[in-house]
Write a protein that binds this ligand. Structure first.
Ligand code: SAH
Ligand code: SF4
Ligand code: F3S
Length: 473
């Protein structure tokens, strides 16, 4: 057997990717006739970093087809929304934004409007677009990202609307062109899909089954990024701890091997699922100098009955045990988390277990969400007697508690010096840097610093961000 034959069957054959390249050059000719002044594309991605990584590949393919990427939808010849379905609010917003494109399409019939991503992978959403938004030209799901050139070709040559949503376990397309938004921070997907079926979550339905990229492909991409000068590389997956499941290669080994790459850069990863987070992984994090001492470990609820109903596969005690081991081997570790307030049937007393977990855990920051019912999930069928207003009060109680904790954490940072990656300019004209623990420090400095590591001494805490001064090196 050759090495090529040993690749998992979900990795798409190179020949199929090559075929898309042929479509890409056909589209390139078509658009140079259709838009003699040059074709402009505007891409907007909603949702998580995994979706952003898809967006960067969609942009890469558009550039290969000859489109110039622009920052606004005005004057664009192609508008692509890469959608998210995680909460109802995300979907409502999308319908509003698509509705607003109707006038632009009437003013410019050559404008192409495309929708893709997680929301479009759901039949009900694609149907609604088909019926109620006739000015949308192409709709495709998460499994068809790599086929963008073919879909555009079909629309440009037939003039007909194209709907490409297939219900499948999913595949992996290697070697797609990528247009990265930053020249120093990169997203590196290591796996796709999810098998966990947390009862509230739509992701397993719209992203297919869990599948991992081959370690050599991931490591080669990481090496390439370091060579290009990337300083902050985030390994992505819905549950990175189950990378390589079913093989003798695991996530801890992948981290160690990426850590071996020579260069001055940081490695991050998200998201870790507590159910699959091992002491081996925490030890590996502690040992690897390039792995940022930052762990995003969503807990979702502090109550065991609710965790069970959520189908999370761990208890409050197991979660806190992981954290205490993590803090033991990495005393400076910064932990961030996600939590859901108002899961169907959750009582106020159960919610208070979440507040107490937050007080015990000492998170640097936390993303708090009010439960949103997602069609097709188990939780959408559960009784949900607590009103939205009541859940809003719980939400405030929890975020107030977290604010207190974050404040005491950041106040302790005053007077200390941190190595930050300078990432941009704040609204107030200061340089924005990010610590290893993912905390933002603002300080006066020249924009030339952007993209480099600097030492900054903290002088003030504004709870979620810090202020400081550059330390002369
Ligand atoms: N794979 C990651 C989470 C990805 S979704 C994990 O398991 O941790 C990001 C966050 O959105 C989740 O952690 C959860 O807090 C929130 N979320 C997901 N579905 C939700 C829903 N139906 N309502 C409210 N929040 C939700
Ligand atoms: Fe959703 Fe759970 Fe999968 Fe995370 S692990 S993506 S919350 S089903
Ligand atoms: Fe949204 Fe899909 Fe990510 S539902 S959060 S974009 S995986």
């Amino acid at each position: 057997m050759t090495a090529e034959n040993k690749k998992p069957s979900y990795i798409i054959d190179n020949g199929i990717i090559e075929k898309q390249r042929e479509y890409s050059s056909l589209v390139s000719t078509l658009i140079s006739n259709l838009y003699p002044a040059g074709a402009k594309a505007f891409v907007h991605t909603y949702g998580c970093q995994g979706n952003v990584a898809d967006g960067e590949r969609l942009e890469g393919m558009l550039v290969e087809m000859g489109y110039e990427l622009v920052d606004s939808s005005e004057n664009a010849d192609l508008i692509l929304y890469n959608t998210c379905a995680i909460r109802e609010h995300a979907e409502d917003r999308l319908y509003g934004n698509v509705g607003a494109l109707k006038g632009m399409k009437s003013a410019n019939p050559n404008l192409k409007i495309l929708l893709c991503g997680c929301m479009m992978q759901q039949k009900h959403a694609a149907e609604k677009i088909k019926k109620s938004y006739p000015f949308v030209d192409i709709v495709f799901g998460t499994h068809a990202v790599y086929r963008l050139p073919e879909l555009l070709y079909r629309n440009l040559t037939s003039g007909k609307r194209v709907f490409e949503i297939t219900d499948e376990d999913g595949s992996i397309a290697e070697n797609l062109p990528v247009h990265r938004d930053s020249s120093f921070k990169a997203w590196l997907p290591i796996m796709y899909g999810c098998n966990n079926f947390c009862s509230y979550c739509v992701v397993p339905y719209v992203r297919g089954r869990e599948r991992s990229r081959e370690p050599e492909d991931v490591i080669a991409e990481a090496r390439h990024l370091v060579k290009l000068g990337y300083k902050d590389i985030t390994l992505l997956g819905q549950n990175v701890n189950s990378y390589g499941k079913g093989t003798d290669y695991n996530f801890a080994r992948l981290l160690s091997e990426i850590n071996e790459i020579e260069g001055d850069f940081r490695i991050r990863f998200m998201t870790s699922h507590p159910k699959d987070c091992t002491f081996e992984l925490l030890d590996t994090m502690a040992r690897c100098d390039k792995v940022a001492k930052h762990l995003h470990l969503p807990f979702q609820s502090g109550n065991n009955r609710v965790l069970k109903e959520m189908n999370r596969g761990y208890t409050r005690e197991k979660y806190l045990e992981l954290l205490s081991y993590a803090y033991k081997v990495m005393p400076d570790l910064s932990v961030t988390s996600d939590v859901i307030v108002g899961f169907p049937g959750e009582t106020y007393e159960e919610f208070l277990d979440t507040v107490s977990l937050v007080r015990e855990a000492g998170f640097t920051s936390m993303y708090t969400f009010i439960f949103s019912s997602r069609p097709g999930t188990k939780a959408s069928l559960m009784d949900d007697p607590v009103s939205r207003e009541e859940k809003g009060r719980w939400f405030k109680e929890l975020t107030d508690a977290q604010e207190e904790i974050a404040d005491s954490r950041t106040t302790k940072m005053i007077g200390k010096t941190y190595r930050v990656l300078c990432e941009g300019i704040s609204k107030g004209g200061l340089i924005e840097g990010r610590t290893e623990g993912n905390i933002i420090i603002e300080f006066p400095g020249s924009p030339d610093l952007i993209g480099s590591f600097r030492n900054v001494k903290v002088s003030e805490s504004l709870i979620w961000i810090l202020r400081g001064e550059l330390v002369n090196e």
